[in-house]
Every structure is written in structure tokens, then in C-alpha cells.
Design a protein around this ligand. Sequence first.
Ligand SMILES: [Zn+2]
Length: 342
Amino acid sequence: MFNLCASGLGPRNIAKELEKRKIVRPSVYRFESTGIKIQDTNLAERYSWSTKTVVGILENEVYLGHTVNCKSTTISYKDKTKVKIPKEEQIRFENTHEAIIDKETWDIVQNVRAGRRRITKTGIISKFSGLLFCGDCGARMTFNSARKLKPENYYFMCASYRRHKAGDCTTAHRIRESVLEEIVREEINEAIFRARENKEEFIKCITSRTQADNDRRLFEKQSTLTRLQIRSEEINKIFRKLYEDNALGRIPQEQYDILSESYTKELSEIKEKIPYLEQEIQSIKDETVGVSKFLYLADKYVYIEELTPEIIRTFISKILIYDKGKDEPKEIEIYFTNIGKI
Ligand SMILES: [Zn+2]
């Protein structure tokens, strides 16, 4: 299913494909293997997948090997209405079990999904959707596929230029999708060629540029992490002492309560920050090994004839368009996944 999505099929088409391949849908499968029936499950319709089920699976981190707890809660013990908890507040345990899909496929699928949520009036989605930004103001580029346009004339334009408000972009940043496609395809092929032609030279070129910057960021994050870890140990010690003092009557209850509350608060704040920092540190480390990932991709693809949404998201993380006005040529800045600008 993840592969179907990565290759550019939307949830509706994936559902159809699963039906065609006679894959039993989850609720029926659960009933047949456990005997537990979910409300409204029509057991006669074994293969009719809903779009919602497909989306739920595509976005479920369980398939990546993580367990996410506290996804929803009830408003109160009286009101049992289920409320979704925002992603950042969910408690997440990484690598709790073996992943069914690899991180690479997962990332592509999430990129494709993030891009696909923006659907145009005509229902036509650009293969670049979600990746294009205005280099001058940072706004998203909107895709225009009006019915009166021929497909080769579909174009992108800076979203803030269209608003015509003070402070918004004064140039359109208009670029045709077909032109962009040609340029991006050439750039990817050029990068693949360079990477394959002289691997050592390519590695040297990319790492010398990113290494210094990454080292600095890594140092900063790591020092903060160490500081927090030391503080967390300190608090634990203080707390033990405090508890002891209170138990032995050396400190009044009221004072104990105040101190205990403030240390608990500080500790829970630290506990929140630590996993976030660790994740950031990991992602900086991942960037450092990004070149080898890129070399692997270069060897896998060799030469790209046609850009699919999957290939675009495999190679490209974002594209910026610069437009300094009529007399200047537009500039396109391409950021590759794993290695950034080259
Ligand atoms: Zn702009």
C-alpha cells in the first residue's frame, strides 16, 4: 500500500486497487481472526476499502515500528466524546517493534501525502505540489490549472502576490510546470551524473560545505542536551533529599509541597525537551551521512527519463523560485534530500 502511494496513487485509487487485488479489509480481517466485530462492519463486503481506512494506515507510525500512545482522550469522565490530541502532545515510543516498511518509503509517502492535501479547484494536482516556495517572500507557490489552460501551460505563482496586500510579493514568480519539470529533471540527472562520475570528488565537495555548519549545530544541541541531563539528575537527588527531610519532619509540609511542585514542574519540562533534542541531534547526524544515501540513490536511478511524484520526492526536498522583475531572469534554487543545495 505504501508503495502504491509512493508511486503516485491517491487514497481513493489505492482503495480501488486493493479491492481489485482482493485484499481483505481490516475490520473483516479482525472479525475473522479474533471474532471481534466493529460496529457497522458489513462482513459481506470483504474487499471494499474506504478512503479513510487507507489514509489511516498511510499515516500510522505503527508500520514504521513506533508506538504512539494517547492519540485521543475523552473530554471528561462524564462526557465521553473522543477528542484527538495534537501530534506534538502524543506520547511516542520509538522502535518498539520491527518496522513493516522502511524509513525511506515512509518519508516519501508522508511527503506525497503532505503535498496532496492541497487540491486545486479543478482537482488537478501538480507533481511538485508542496515542494515549491517563493524564494523572495517564503510563501507557498499556488498551482493554477484552470480549465481554459492547456496542460503544458499550467503554472505556479507566489501565493502572496495573488493577495495584492501591502508587504506581499510585488512580482508574480510565475513559472510553468512543464518548464520547471524540464529544469528539475536536468538538474537531478546532472547531480546523478556528477555523483557517479567521480564519487570521491562529489563526497568531498558536499561534505566540506555541510560539515562545518553541521558540526556547529551538533555542538550546540549536544551541549544543551548534556546540560538538561545533568540538571535532571540534580533534581532527582534534591528530590530524594527533600523527601527524606520531609519524612523525618525536618521540613514543614507546606514548604515541602511548594518545593516538590516546582521541582516536578521543572523535571517534566526537561523530560519533554530531551527526546526532542535527541531527535534533532539524530537528524543532524543523518544529514552527515546523507551523501552516501545520495550516492546509493544515484546508482539506483542512473538516469531519469520521466519525473514521477515518487522520483521528485526521493530526490528533492524543496524548490525556491526567485523573481526580481521583468528585466531579470527568474532563478530556481533546488534543495536535494540528504545533501541540500549543490
Ligand atoms: Zn513571494
